[in-house]
Design a protein around this ligand. Structure first.
Ligand SMILES: Nc1ncnc2c1ncn2[C@@H]1O[C@H](COP(=O)(O)OP(=O)(O)OP(=O)(O)O)[C@@H](O)[C@H]1O
Ligand SMILES: O=C(O)C1=C[C@@H](O)[C@@H](O)[C@H](O)C1
Ligand SMILES: [Mg+2]
Length: 168
């Protein structure tokens, strides 16, 4: 079994919002690797970063992505930084991967002050600008489809994603 689609994008791209709406429209389950990681680790992501460090988080994330790609048959949202890991990017080959793109202005409006997002704890605007520039080429490397989300309502974006999955 493999996911119907994998959803990627930076924090605030709308992975959880759009992924869940697409799954509902298709009548399949939705899962978010961040939630699976928290369940496996038995603690919230900010605590994993503090206690174990980002490298340990990325290794756990790679394991969770691998098992989800193997066993989960719905719409799967990945954490915003999952594509930083070479092994995780390789795992995505041959899957349908939807990259939700967002520019800084809309991303900042959506994440606010970055509560619950450890990488945005200090200077969220400058950090998010850096993350967008650093990650865009990596999202594009693994994406099979890129959907622009700036200035668009979640319902409209979800409808576009459902249509492209149904035409595939
Ligand atoms: N297209 C959109 N237009 C306006 N607001 C949006 C849009 N998509 C998502 N949002 C809002 O932005 C916030 C972040 O969305 P969401 O949690 O889905 O992003 P995410 O990509 O899953 O982020 P994270 O990587 O932190 O999990 C939520 O409050 C959501 O309602
Ligand atoms: O952009 C990132 O690097 C992250 C995004 C979140 O989804 C979480 O996976 C975690 O907070 C790291
Ligand atoms: Mg999310």
């Amino acid at each position: 079994m493999a996911p119907v689609a994998v959803v990627l994008g930076v924090m605030g791209a709308g992975k959880t919002t759009i992924g869940a709406a697409v799954a509902e429209a298709l009548g399949v389950p939705f899962a978010d690797t961040d939630a699976i990681i928290e369940e496996r680790a038995g603690k919230p992501i900010p605590e994993i970063f503090v206690d174990d460090g980002e490298a340990a988080f990325r290794a756990l994330e790679r394991e969770v992505v691998a098992s989800s790609l193997r066993d989960f048959g719905g719409v799967l949202a990945l954490g915003g930084g999952a594509i930083l890991d070479d092994g995780t990017r390789k795992l995505l080959a041959d899957h349908t991967v939807i990259y939700l793109s967002v520019e800084l202005t809309d991303a900042i409006k959506r994440v606010g002050l970055g509560a619950g997002r450890p990488l945005l704890a200090i200077n969220p605007r400058a950090t998010l600008k850096y993350l967008l520039e650093q990650r865009r080429p990596l999202y594009l490397e693994v994406a099979t489809h890129t959907i622009t989300t700036d200035g668009r309502e979640p319902e409209e974006i979800a409808t576009e994603v459902v249509a492209l999955l149904q035409s595939a």
